[in-house]
Design a binder for this molecule. Sequence first.
Ligand code: AMP
Ligand code: GLY
Length: 432
Amino acid sequence: MTASASSLLRVLLLGSGGREAALAWCLHRSPLLGKLHVLPGNPGMSPWAEAVPGLAMGDQEALVSWCERKPIDLVVVGPEQPLVEGLADRLQEAGIAVYGPTAAAARLEGSKAWAKDFMGRHGIPTARHRCFRDPGEAIAWSDSCGFPVVLKADGLAAGKGVVLPADREECHTVIRGMLSGEAFGDAGRSLVIEERLEGPEVSLFALCDGQEAICLPPAQDHKRISEGDRGPNTGGMGAFAPTPRATADILQRVREEILLPTLRGMREEGHPFRGTLFLGLMLTAEGPKVIEYNCRFGDPETQAVLPLLQEDLLEILHAIATGGAVGETRTAACSGSALAVVLASRGYPAGSSKGDVIHGLEGELPARVFHAGTALERGQLVTAGGRVLALSAQAPSLAEARQQAYAAVARIRFEGMQFRRDIAAGASEEDS
Ligand code: AMP
Ligand code: GLY
């Protein structure tokens, strides 16, 4: 597609993490882009996007009037919170094109209880479950259901609302903590208890127009802080794509049994899903099952997946946001394999260390650098959050991408830097 200067798009991207850094990098490559603004952004995005000063992402009214004044042709929403709070609805009312679902459609992520009921209504494969508000009933059911369980806060809990209890005692303690509001505030006052499934996990992003979707390559996240999948859960310590675990047969089943029924169900219920549907899947012995829906791109999977894309992301997102259709459901044109390693700060995930100077980013690195928790202090780049950087390499094979990403990691240091050495360890051996 060619575009005249007047038709170039002015885009606002919302968010500040590594996922948004990867989105900014990818949108910036589009020949359709006029100008990319980001709110609030981070220091690593400055080559691709200009930060909007003096505006808060949560202030919907100020945001809408800023977009009207510019004017902005497309808003791309990175995180889930503004979507669940209805930002896409508000922008649409004002006639501003937005990529991201309405609040009603974002309930797939915003309420786990609603999502489970939705899957039940539409026969979408997922773990057996029950929802509770009363701790006595929840404890009695967890004791008697006859299978190991997972406890999930109903509402948004910044990725921390899922607990896999080690024994009955911990299970009871967590149920009481969640339902009292102590553990996750109101997000935990309603609780989903579900059967613990087994199998490899796969993250699949589908760019949906309400009816059909363009699927990005299936990715695998590494959620635990320590090598060998030990230690507490984090936001994600690394990811790679495509994962060889999700074979063509499995992806076909996901499409027929999960993706298309989800889009059909949302349409039938009056909430067509337009935006990124992130299927968190477990490949069980009985077939793929949904462990969670998210209404946005994942982090750090996005940092691995987007560099593979051989299509114009901006063109796709803009078409969806302006009511266009993506055509028949298909897989996006992609090439090679990619792997992203997250560098986290001291104390993560219980806390994070701020102000540690980051060394080694000067000059050419063998991988792309996507900033997440960084800040500029007196001209120096310092840590400013739990997940600090993601180093993402893309190559013809996963083994090469892995080698390049870790060569880049070896160049970087900051006080207390943590990372996993085993991102894609098993998978890259199979691949090479
Ligand atoms: P979530 O915050 O929903 O992504 O869940 C965090 C992690 O908990 C998932 O990535 C899984 O590893 C695990 N998990 C969630 N639900 C289940 C389940 N039903 N069975 C086994 N593991 C689960
Ligand atoms: N990587 C998982 C998530 O973004 O929720």
